[in-house]
Design a protein around this ligand. Structure first.
Ligand code: ADP
Ligand code: MG
Ligand code: MG
Length: 390
């Protein structure tokens, strides 16, 4: 069920809706937040049976959106900036129309018809998954269990391969041929990421990165020879943190759900809308297997090659299942993987250098493991940073 708010002075839960000069969506003059009744009022527009005293609980606030749990039944993702949830709304609706159970069920979307700006998504209302954790928790737990000899390899890499293939088959229905300059643009974008990462890195991390720039650059240059292919609106930000596990029976006693179709937060809003190759999502997810392997080593407080050996097996299981399940194999060009993975690794490191220094160790581990050193600068082996006792 969808709903639209409109009029010259539209209100949500009795508070006036507005867009400020920076494009921020405000309710009653403020950004919406859990407890103010805005998410509840929005949920009541599209879901039956939510009472007007239903409880709101906060889950996440990023720069662009606010997600609130209402009545322990639904998640209301309220747009922070005009138009920021249109892409996610369109993709979720297409997946829901195709009957996908790879995503959290979509209850509906609330749109806002604005007298000057046009019509845009105000909120997306989806099924709440009680007990859900994201992959930075559950996948790390699984790899730690493998490292401690407590567990067999988990079954989820193959399961995710099938889920991602189904999502790509649905979203790829409107795929278009790449532009003639796609290969050139891809090399330019990835090379720029490598240059930025090299410029920002420091200390031991910089030495290890510098010693691997030749092999990273070679992987990136391989994008230049890529054949024309197909592009479509991919997930765009597909990593294990966007895979929720909640109690269920998909595999490993869990249900796995893919969330957050906002697109790549590192791109400008206009670029996020652009179509891209399926291999971009696959590369992004495979890199996150390596990052999980790094986090697991931090958790066990030792550099343990068994973590990356697990990542190798997980990667093979994912790719086999993905290829096997993809009904439109022309969507996936695996020759793009080395270049896209190199780009993702250096972009991850650069992001950490700028915003999250405590995260540098993870892409550093993956770059160090995946790319041979030219030993131009003296370097030390990667070791995990100290981890607080748990
Ligand atoms: P963001 O764009 O801010 O990353 P997400 O859509 O990825 O927002 O959601 C952020 C977090 O909220 C998730 O990592 C998860 O912990 C929680 N979450 C999102 N959707 C659900 C859901 N349907 N059920 C339970 N928790 C959810
Ligand atoms: Mg997001
Ligand atoms: Mg997210």
């Amino acid at each position: 069920m969808n709903s639209t708010v409109s009029g010259s002075a539209p209100t949500v839960g009795g508070s006036l809706l507005s867009v400020d000069g920076d494009g921020r969506v405000l309710v009653g003059g403020r950004p919406p937040t859990a407890g103010d009744g805005v998410a509840r009022a929005l949920a009541r527009l599209v879901v039956h049976g939510i009472r007007d005293d239903a409880v709101e609980r906060a889950i996440s606030v990023d720069q662009t959106n606010t997600s609130v749990i209402v009545d322990d039944r639904v998640v209301v993702k309220i747009v922070g900036r005009w138009a920021a949830a249109d892409r996610a709304g369109d993709l979720l609706e297409r997946l829901a129309a195709a009957g996908s159970d790879d995503i959290a069920a979509l209850h509906g979307r609330v749109e806002w018809r604005h007298p000057e700006l046009g019509t845009s998504t105000l909120a997306l209302v989806t099924e709440y998954l009680p007990g859900a954790e994201d992959g930075w928790t559950w996948a790390v737990d699984d790899v730690v269990a493998v490292l401690d000899g407590r567990g067999p390899d988990p079954a989820w890499p193959a399961l995710l391969g099938r889920r991602v293939a189904r999502i790509h088959d649905v979203l790829g229905a409107g795929a278009v041929p790449t532009g003639a300059d796609a290969a050139e643009l891809r090399v330019a974008r990835a090379s720029a990421s490598l240059d930025r990462a090299l410029a920002a890195a420091s200390g031991r991390v910089r030495a290890r990165l510098h010693n691997r720039r030749a092999t990273l650059a070679r992987a990136i240059r391989s994008l230049a020879g890529s054949a024309p292919g197909l592009e479509f609106p991919i997930h765009g930000d597909l990593h294990l943190g966007q895979v929720l596990a909640s109690p269920g029976d998909d595999a490993d006693g869990r249900r796995y759900t893919i969330i957050d179709f906002d697109g790549d937060p590192q791109l400008e809003a206009s670029d996020r809308e652009r179509a891209d190759a399926a291999a971009r999502d696959v590369a992004h997810l495979l890199v996150s297997f390596d990052l999980v392997a790094a986090v697991a080593q931090k958790r066990v407080r030792r550099a343990d090659p068994a973590a990356f050996a697990w990542a190798d097996r997980a990667r093979a299981a994912f790719l086999d299942a993905y290829r096997d399940a993809l009904r439109h194999p022309e969507l996936f060009d695996d020759t793009l993987l080395p270049g896209f993975e190199a780009e993702q690794l250096v972009a991850e490191l650069h992001y950490a250098d700028r915003f999250l220094p405590g995260w540098r160790y993870a892409p550093d581990a993956a770059i160090t493991h995946r790319h041979p050193s030219t030993h131009e600068l003296p370097e030390e082996p990667w070791t995990p940073p100290p981890s607080a006792p748990t």
